[in-house]
Design a protein around this ligand. Structure first.
Ligand code: PLP
Length: 396
């Protein structure tokens, strides 16, 4: 591997892969494995969106690099309707998954990446592949693992004027917590002062249980890029469609990203883009689907949080998405007595002894010696649950 780019050396040997491989090996041996390690929606793609895809199956042409005009318009309408933020259709960019758009953003933007620990697994490796510096900001369980304005300010004060891209994800993978309006305003103030660029990863925004997701773009419109897509709230991860919304004064980033897109993936598959218009336009059926999905996820979260609490763990109810991030530190003595001293061993032991596959906190940037893990709320086909769910969030 002498001619391998130094930036990618050592990447790919992640704990995530190891757990997945082990899960598959156990299944092959005939063991029952509960795949709570996945990050995929359990729900089917809503029927009107599938119907739109069928209808456009014969669309075969390359679409504009930035995306289908009708889809960019539908997404601008969706952001305004659902999250009360104003973007022009020409400031929306469509890509093959928000993950790819994030990678291209990191490629074209020259600056450090700042993310909280824990964070979604791909932000930091993307930065490493490109050769960007990554700053992990510490967080605390008692504060629901959330990045604070103070820690962000302290980092920027140490080396003022450095260009920085901060990724905020809320409700978050791996823990499901989101920011309050006050927290968003405090972060916005720090971001404005230090002229930071915020990438607001709102891919789980529509899966906030109370249906009241709020974007930081409301408080820092000039420096916030919103990231969203079909993958989570529309259950269509495998369709590969993501979108970025840029403020007008960051059009230089938008245009640079379009150049890279035009030289790489060209455009997202045409039928998918036509179908996505239906999803983003919303309407009665979409609303009903989302309300039921939120109610199911909230019920599952509440049930499982109670199980953890009864087992002696301090786990607060998440605000949205489909994950829990329990920290087993309170049971540390018992676990250490059994030789379980880090999150990878914790996940491996859980898998071997119970068949429950999860992901170690270490994969999300937590210190190895901390006994945290991420579990998905569900490992089932959500169609049945949707069929039987009442609409509206259960407040009891
Ligand atoms: N951001 C977060 C926090 C995620 O959990 C995921 C998917 O796992 C993504 C982004 C990527 O989504 P997409 O399917 O749009 O690439």
């Amino acid at each position: 591997d002498v001619h391998l780019n130094l930036n990618v050396r050592g990447l790919g040997l992640s704990a995530t892969l190891a757990i997945n491989e082990r899960s598959n090996a156990l299944r092959q041996q005939g063991r029952e494995v509960f795949k709570f390690g996945l990050g995929q929606s359990p729900f089917p793609v809503p029927a009107p969106v599938v119907a739109a895809l069928r209808e456009h199956a014969e669309e075969k042409d390359y679409l504009p690099v930035m995306g289908l005009p009708a889809l960019r318009e539908a997404i601008a309408g969706y952001l305004d309707r659902e999250h009360d933020v104003a973007f022009r259709p020409q400031d929306i960019m469509i890509g093959p998954g928000s993950k790819e758009l994030m990678f291209i953003l990191q490629l074209v933007y020259y600056g450090d990446l700042v993310i909280p620990t824990p964070s979604w697994v791909s932000y930091a490796p993307q930065a490493s592949i490109i050769g960007r510096r990554v700053h992990w900001l510490p967080t605390h369980r008692a504060n629901h693992w959330k990045l604070t304005a103070e820690s962000l300010d302290a980092l920027c004060q140490r080396d003022p004027g450095r260009p920085r891209l901060v990724i905020l994800n809320y409700p978050a993978n791996p823990h499901g917590y989101t920011f309050t309006g006050d927290e968003l305003q405090d972060i916005a103030r720090v971001a404005r002062y230090h002229r930071l660029i915020l990438l607001s990863d709102e891919i789980y925004g529509q899966l906030q249980f109370d249906g009241r997701h709020r974007s930081i773009a409301r408080y820092y419109p000039e420096g916030t890029i919103i990231s969203d897509g079909l993958s989570k709230w529309c259950g269509a991860g495998g369709w590969r469609l993501g979108a970025f919304a840029f403020p007008q004064n960051l059009s230089w980033l938008r245009d640079a990203m379009a150049t890279v897109a035009s030289e790489t993936y060209t455009s997202v598959a045409a039928p998918i883009q036509y179908a996505a218009v239906t999803g983003f336009q919303g309407g009665g059926q979409m609303d009903s689907y989302l309300q039921r999905a939120r109610a199911i996820l909230q019920g599952l979260a509440r049930y499982q949080v109670e199980l953890y609490q009864r087992a002696g763990l301090q786990l607060a109810m998440p605000d949205g998405a489909f994950y829990l991030f329990p920290d087993f530190t309170p049971l540390e003595d018992r676990l250490r007595a059994r030789g379980i001293e880090d999150s990878v061993t914790l996940c491996e032991t859980l898998l071997e002894e119970t068949g429950v596959a999860t992901l170690p906190g270490e994969a999300f940037g937590r210190p190895a010696g901390e006994l945290s893990l991420r579990q998905a709320l569900v490992d089932f086909d959500g169609q049945q649950a949707l069929d039987h769910a009442d609409q509206g969030v259960d407040e009891t």
